[in-house]
Design a protein around this ligand. Structure first.
Ligand code: NAD
Length: 413
């Protein structure tokens, strides 16, 4: 099986949109690489007294529209190319939802399951010390991603503020509520996706009670499963890193989430049958939600996909080759740079609240999120129709043109 390079995939998508929208060559050349990327070594004295050195990255792809913004991933598969790709996708994403930010991303090569809480805190603080000069509320603002969460953001903010010698709450988003986090940030990615699904199912006539499969059941996946379960969708498969659980009559998502909290995995849940591996492609479902890592649907398994709608809650879960096959099969795909943009939208709203030191009730945050997601969905759909292309290329047309326009306005041509 060919190992996919996520950054090459992101460049392939950029090349495709260049030809569709006739992107200026001088802008295109600049959009083919991040403006800045650093690699850092983070020494951590482990609980046994030995020092272990972890490798980390931070990539700032393009800041023409505003300060860079993007999560920090702690995962053993993190690589320079992955972080570069994720920062490119963030750049298009913030432009698609039209918030005044650029695109960044960070990552550390680590298996968090092998660290104690003490070691995890030291690593989180060490990473911030290593990239301190590169970040800040008006430069580049980190947030959570895979295997990082509000608790880790709190350590990171504390480290940042200790070095800065002052409070700078807007320097990190996805913080706990009592440290300046925003209401609804915890489930914002899922909620944003849910708004786009409401519009997509109307377009293609998917009815109440439709079946849904989730590959990935963490912050993004489990929260969306819960929202859809409450709206009477039938969640039939959920997979995580340890295996899958299936019940074609529908899983009870409230109980499944409780089971995962107690045991660390969806497997062995008594309300379904446990299967080995990532089982979502084995059954026909109305909606498939990749909510884990890149490359999930690739040229080797794409023919197995039997669904009508794919919602890319994960970043980059479909390789460009597989994407072409799915488009030919007429499967509608809500692309990552739209589907999972709810997280960065509420991170932006968190920064706005931090700037004013004034905090909004949850309803207000959700109203703003819905407004932005609905508007973005409709604008992406218009571009899709205008260029007679996929929703992904519709989103790229919107996002890349906005970045290009900001570069032109700044004279970066
Ligand atoms: P998370 O760490 O909370 O959850 C990740 C989930 O994926 C876990 O259930 C894990 O067990 C599972 N997983 C790991 N490897 C897997 C594999 N090979 N197959 C199936 N499942 C596997 O992370 P998250 O924040 O939910 O992020 C998931 C995806 O959503 C990522 O692509 C991330 O970039 C994207 N995303 C997250 C946010 C956010 O706000 N958290 C925002 C935008 C996009």
């Amino acid at each position: 099986m060919k190992k996919n390079n996520p950054f090459e995939n992101s460049l392939e998508q950029l090349e495709e949109i260049k030809n569709i929208i006739n992107l200026d060559d001088n802008i295109y050349e600049q959009l083919k690489s991040p403006q800045k990327i650093i690699e850092v070594s983070i020494p951590v004295k482990m609980d046994d007294g030995k020092v272990k050195v972890f490798k980390g990255y931070r990539s700032q792809y393009n800041d023409a529209r505003g300060p860079n913004k993007g999560g920090i991933r702690f995962h053993y598969n993190v690589s320079r190319e992955e972080v570069m790709a994720l920062s490119a996708w963030m750049t298009w994403k913030t432009a698609v939802v039209d918030i005044p930010l650029g695109g960044g991303k960070g990552g550390v090569i680590v298996n968090t399951k092998e660290l104690s809480d003490n070691e995890l805190e030291k690593l989180s603080r060490g990473y911030i010390r290593a990239i301190y000069k590169m970040i800040g509320s008006d430069v580049d603002v980190p947030a959570p991603d895979i295997y990082t969460d509000a608790r880790i953001m709190a350590w990171m903010l504390d480290e940042y503020e200790q070095i800065a010698g002052r409070h700078v709450k807007g320097a990190i988003t996805g913080k706990p509520l009592n440290l300046g986090g925003s209401k609804a940030r915890g489930f914002a990615t899922a909620q944003g996706a849910a708004y786009t699904i409401d519009l997509a199912v109307e377009k293609i006539g998917i009815k109440k009670g439709a079946t849904v499969a989730f590959n990935g059941f963490g912050n993004a996946g489990a929260n969306l499963a819960k929202i859809m379960f409450d709206k009477d969708y039938k969640i039939v498969i959920a997979s995580d890193s340890r295996g899958s659980i299936i019940n074609m009559d529908g899983l009870n998502v409230d109980q499944l989430i409780k089971h995962k909290e107690e045991t660390g995995s969806v497997i062995n849940f008594s309300g379904g049958e446990t299967k080995e591996g990532h089982y979502c492609m084995e059954e026909e479902v109305d909606i498939l939600v990749p909510a884990a890592l890149e490359d999930y649907i690739n040229i080797d398994n794409v023919q197995k996909v039997k669904t009508r709608l794919i919602v890319e809650l994960a970043n980059g879960p479909i390789t460009p080759e597989a994407d072409k096959v799915l488009n030919k099969k007429n499967i509608l795909i809500i692309p990552d740079i739209l589907a999972n943009a709810g997280g960065v939208v509420v991170s932006y709203l968190e920064q706005v609240q931090n700037a004013y030191a004034f905090y909004w009730p949850e309803e207000k945050v959700l109203t703003k999120l819905k407004e932005l997601m609905d508007k973005s969905f409709n604008e992406v759909w218009e571009q899709k129709e205008k260029y007679n292309t996929s929703m992904r290329m519709g989103a790229y047309a919107l996002g890349v043109s906005r970045v290009a326009q900001a570069m032109k306005d700044r004279g970066r041509v």
